[in-house]
Design a protein around this ligand. Structure first.
Ligand code: KG4
Ligand code: ZN
Length: 347
């Protein structure tokens, strides 16, 4: 008997994702993004995202079924992100998943978005080796996890105490007048810059910070430091060297992210690091992570980019793992939970 076919729905932020897997085999991964609708605000507007999910869900679902070459009758189970994320956005996916599961008479698994990012890796050719440290970096999260077991034992080592890494890229891009989303814009601007020309602060890396916040992150101080640096130049009537500022800022973010992730691997004796989230699109992040992982004897795994950004396939993959392990489905009386802790893999 072949593995069950699971359909996964993801609507926690601005991507409407529908993915279909057969066990650990990816059949379809269709993503509609409302990013363009948020561009004029410089960040995701929750109400706009929720409405965009409503509009995009049915066409995205239809396209995923087509690409997977299956019909709804072939689906054995439905999985959905129930948290964490934007409440109104999550509700759209949760409502749709409940309706689908109920009408098809199939089990429904409500799963954790962050663990979904880790689950994406089971779709890779090589088997995911555990335990692993996972660094998840996007516009909404910056979390360092210790994953001993994908469906049973996920521990939060640390997270950002203020802005998410992607959010910092977006805010700094905005203050440099580079547009939204900030990550790619900063990347382009930084290409001609000198990353060592300006040394911006590395949040929570001082000895006194490390005692309490060894694996936590902070990016709001960095953003403010960039803003002050730029203002000072402007007040003095000098030109702002945008390329150097972008390169220096990017270097500070990448330095802290990789330093802390590798430190966790070394401290915990876990020689594996998995990256996930939209910020993984940053080439400098991947480069430095690889250098430091090699130096520390850590095996680095980076799923393909369309499985790193928010998507439905990772949710389907996690649902398939739960189904394969014989977990009871979630029923229909759970609700979207915008602050679902990462230790709760399934609701
Ligand atoms: O995972 P994702 O698609 O959606 C969520 O935020 O959940 O991540 C989007 C974030 C945005 O903040 C964007 O600026 C950032 O990822 N990003 C990047 C790059 N490409 C996208 N950040 C740094 N460098 C990039 N090349
Ligand atoms: Zn995400």
């Amino acid at each position: 008997m072949s593995a069950p076919i699971v359909l996964g729905i993801e609507t926690s932020c601005d991507e409407t994702g529908v993915g279909i897997v057969r066990g650990t085999e990816l059949l379809a991964n269709v993503i509609a993004s409302s990013m363009d609708e948020h561009a004029r605000y410089g960040g995701v507007v929750p109400e706009v995202a929720a409405r965009a999910h409503l509009e995009a869900l049915t066409p995205t679902l239809t396209e995923a079924l087509e690409r997977a070459d299956v019909t709804l009758a072939d689906i054995d189970a439905v999985a959905v992100t129930s948290g964490p994320g934007l409440a109104g956005a999550l509700m759209v996916g949760v409502g749709a998943a409940k309706a689908l599961a109920l009408s098809l008479g199939k089990p429904l698994y409500a799963v954790n978005h962050l663990v979904g990012h880790v689950g994406a890796d089971v779709l890779s050719e090589e088997e995911l080796e555990l335990p692993t440290v996972a660094l998840l970096v996007s516009g909404g999260h910056t979390s360092l996890l210790l994953v001993r077991d994908l469906i049973d034992d996920v521990e939060l080592l640390g997270e950002t105490i203020d802005d998410a890494a992607g959010e910092a890229f977006d805010k700094v891009a905005r203050l440099l007048g580079l547009g939204y989303p900030g990550g790619p814009a900063i990347d382009r601007a930084a290409a001609d810059g000198d990353p060592t020309a300006i040394r911006f602060p590395r949040g929570l890396t001082q000895p006194k910070d490390l005692e309490r916040h060894r694996y936590d992150f902070s990016f709001s101080g960095l953003k403010t430091a960039v803003a002050r640096w730029v203002e000072k130049r402007q007040d003095a009537g000098e030109d702002v060297p945008v390329a150097d500022v972008a390169a220096g800022f990017r270097e500070a973010v990448v330095d802290v992210l990789t330093q802390k992730a590798i430190a966790a691997c070394t401290d915990l004796g876990v020689p594996r690091l998995l990256l996930g989230g939209g910020v993984v699109a940053n080439r400098r992040l991947r480069e430095v992570a690889q250098e430091r992982a090699d130096a520390a004897g850590v095996a680095l795994r980076i799923p393909p980019l369309d499985l790193c950004t928010d998507n439905g396939a990772m949710i389907a993959a996690l649902g398939a793992q739960l189904a394969a392990a014989g977990r009871a489905p979630s029923g229909l009386d759970f609700a979207a939970d915008s602050t679902l802790p990462v230790t709760t893999v399934q609701v």
